[in-house]
Design a protein around this ligand. Structure first.
Ligand SMILES: [Zn+2]
Length: 349
């Protein structure tokens, strides 16, 4: 019995499909809104067709995250679709296309803007209608501030209570639900926000790209931006076939940089289903970067230490390092891990 179990467990632990999730992030689905955060309805329809053609299983994000945390299985090739900011075009353009396929999605909203009746943003009635139809409405903070820029004299607890706790309360008042899922405005976070969110039982989603599994940091959950420069279906397709490296939450580094220099990232990755020689890291600002690898034997097996650093300083705003390697066992799949960096020298970023 034991002998039979061991190969089975090994198989489960290296499977790309059963307990991992790729999350796509959109904003506007509209021809007339800013290109950087928009996808046209026609291109969005192409994305949905791509998901269908590739046999992806579109799942409910809240349910999938509950399963991932519990260690339960997900459908093979699970993908979740999310929209930040609750633009009206999600209601008018995206929803009909998603409804036709019976695919659920999640909208992250800033309650203050709904309360102020911004014409570009859905009303509470519209959000309720989406929710009643089986979709999730969750927290994008109260006012869409740069949350890492906490005002002087305001404690972390006061700031997060105002911006996140208060938004969650408004969602509960208006919609009767509290999923405790936050999408960080601009995908920006720091370690002190993470501590607060963890202590208050929130899951929190960024925009730093990568797939999600139980080992992922639950307050730095990556999503793949899929609009603007990322809307190309070919590059999107690559991201659908990604698996998380076995890199635990303790390896997350403070994203907010003290200066614009080149941050050094060191990762320790159990050596499993990839060749060390094929691990390569990239900086969003310059492409492939120096990636040093050393193997180490530990009592839990072999570990690959990866040290990587860009050649040039980080530009103002948000950057990231991505490290990837092809899977040996699953042809066409890639392991993927991303670290966010924020150079705050740019105010509007
Ligand atoms: Zn947003």
């Amino acid at each position: 019995m034991i002998k039979k179990l061991i190969p089975l467990l090994f198989l489960l632990s290296t499977s790309p499909a059963w307990a991992q999730l790729v999350i796509l992030q959109y904003h506007h689905v509209d021809d007339s809104t800013p290109a950087a955060t928009s996808i046209s309805p026609a291109k969005f329809a192409e994305h949905l067709q791509l998901l269908e053609d590739e046999g992806m299983q579109v799942v409910d994000l809240a349910d999938a995250m509950t399963r991932i945390q519990a260690g339960d299985a997900l459908p093979e090739k699970a993908v979740a679709i999310t929209f930040d900011d609750a633009y009206r075009s999600v209601y008018t353009q995206a929803w009909p296309l998603l409804k036709a396929r019976k695919w659920p999605f999640t909208v992250f909203v800033n309650p203050a803007f709904v309360d102020q009746k911004y014409s570009s943003i859905m009303t509470w009635d519209e959000l309720k209608e989406l929710q009643d139809a089986g979709n999730v409405v969750a927290n994008h903070s109260m006012h869409h501030n740069y949350l890492i820029e906490r005002p002087n004299g305001v404690s972390v607890d006061e700031w997060m209570t105002m911006e996140v706790g208060e938004a969650e309360r408004r969602l509960e008042d208006e919609l009767g639900t509290s999923h405790r899922m936050l999408a960080y405005p601009y995908g920006e976070f720091n370690l002190e926000m993470i501590d607060w969110l963890k202590a208050h039982n929130y899951l929190a989603f960024g925009q730093h790209s990568g797939p999600v599994a139980k080992i992922s940091h639950m307050q730095a959950i990556p999503r793949f931006p899929a609009a603007g420069v990322y809307a190309n279906p070919e590059t999107l397709r690559t991201k659908l076939y990604t698996m998380p490296f076995a890199i635990g939450p303790e390896q997350l580094q403070q994203p907010v940089l003290a200066d614009a220099n080149m941050p050094a990232l060191t990762l320790a990755i159990p050596l499993q289903d990839f060749y060390p020689s094929q691990v390569q890291c990239f900086a969003s600002s310059e492409g492939a970067i120096a990636t040093e690898k050393t193997q180490e034997k530990t009592e839990n097996g072999e570990l690959l230490k990866v040290s990587t650093q860009a050649a040039r300083p980080m530009p103002g705003g948000r950057s990231r390092y991505n490290c990837t390697a092809p899977s040996k066992a699953h042809k066409g799949w890639y392991y993927w891990y991303s670290q966010l960096w924020i150079n705050q020298s740019v105010k509007k970023r």
